[in-house]
Design a protein around this ligand. Structure first.
Ligand code: HPA
Ligand code: ZN
Length: 324
């Protein structure tokens, strides 16, 4: 089965570029930028990756991202992930980035965007991997800050296809970002959002009704609300499920208890993704392998999940038609 998973062409639809920052590269970039990391070694840093909830993880994830300063840092980070994509037979990827994590500490928006985008262009040329960029707003920050970010993105609009919503979910409902999402949609961005990872089903209702999202990131908690499940299916919205992330952040008690199979049986359209692979123990194939081992998925289940990743991607028809 591992070979079957490796050989399947796949698309990744839920991936935070800052979450691909491997400790080895973090130390390397910290050294060249002359920044000190509060851990003595790669081993010590890895040992700190034990989380009891989303916020625990976010604290370490934002700390790690502080090391990124120059366009080249963002290029190197992104290229390292795209090499992984090549190794794992990921043919299309939709990369989220959090500009506010960087602009808040004085890094120009342009350095972030250009570094990431140039790496994607090079990987498209060298490895044949297509890509889409998703600009995510940090939901623990204000609506005003999100509007500022939308403004900063204006000169680079043609390079960013969609907007997302991430960071601390509880207490920061989609409702808080209705106006900025409306403004972004008017500018042509496609709306996406994390919902129902730690937040309850009501946050997913808000994401689909108020933000009009085209896809739901995570969405696990929809299974507590039968009407919501029906509505998601009716509107043909996919959920980007991240199994190893769910285990690492205690969204599920362990991988054997992951509701993925139940969700598939309910008729939901699911994809498999790695979220923050450097922090959660694996890239897309490790996620597929973990879920296949624990839930005994068939080849048909695996094929369906991989097919969904192309069907529900934002790739052009030309790109999609290579795989469907
Ligand atoms: N949830 C919310 N925000 C995030 C995540 C996540 O899983 N990863 C990076 N930012
Ligand atoms: Zn995420």
């Amino acid at each position: 089965m591992e070979e079957f998973i490796q050989n399947m062409p796949k698309a990744e639809l839920h991936l935070h570029i800052e979450g691909t920052f491997e400790p080895e590269l973090m130390f390397e970039i910290a050294q060249r930028n002359q920044i000190s990391i509060p851990y003595a070694s790669v081993e010590e840093l890895k040992n700190a990756y034990k989380f009891s909830c989303l916020q625990d993880f976010l604290d370490i994830y934002y700390q790690g991202a502080q090391v990124l300063q120059h366009e080249k840092d963002f290029y190197d980070l992104t290229m390292a992930y795209l090499k992984k994509c090549k190794e794992q037979n990921i043919r299309h990827t939709e990369i989220m980035f959090d500009p506010q994590t960087h602009t808040e500490r004085g890094i120009p928006f342009e350095s972030v965007l250009t570094g990431i985008h140039n790496a994607c262009l090079d990987a498209q040329k060298e490895f044949g991997i297509s890509f889409v960029l998703i600009m995510s707003f940090l939901r623990h920050l204000s609506e005003e800050e999100a509007f500022k970010t939308l403004k900063q993105a204006e000169p680079f609009k043609d390079k960013i296809m969609a907007i997302g919503l991430d960071s601390s979910e509880k207490g920061n409902p989609p409702l808080k970002f209705v106006r900025v999402f409306q403004a972004a949609v008017e500018q042509g961005y496609i709306p996406l959002a994390h919902a129902g990872e730690e937040g309850d089903a009501d946050y997913i209702w808000q994401a689909i009704d108020l933000l009009q999202v085209h896809r739901i990131d995570h969405g696990n908690n929809c299974i507590t609300d039968r009407n919501l499940v029906e509505e998601i299916i009716e509107r043909d919205l996919a959920l980007t499920v991240c199994p190893l992330s769910n285990v690492a952040l205690k969204v599920v008690p362990n991988i054997d208890k992951h509701p993925l199979k139940i969700m598939m049986q309910l008729g939901l359209y699911l994809t498999i993704n790695s979220d923050d692979p450097a922090y959660f123990g694996g890239y897309i194939n490790e996620n597929f392998n973990a879920i296949q081992n624990s839930l005994d998925l068939s080849r048909w289940d695996l094929y369906t999940l991989a097919k969904n990743s192309f069907v529900y991607s934002l790739a052009s028809f030309d790109e999609k038609s290579k795989y469907l």
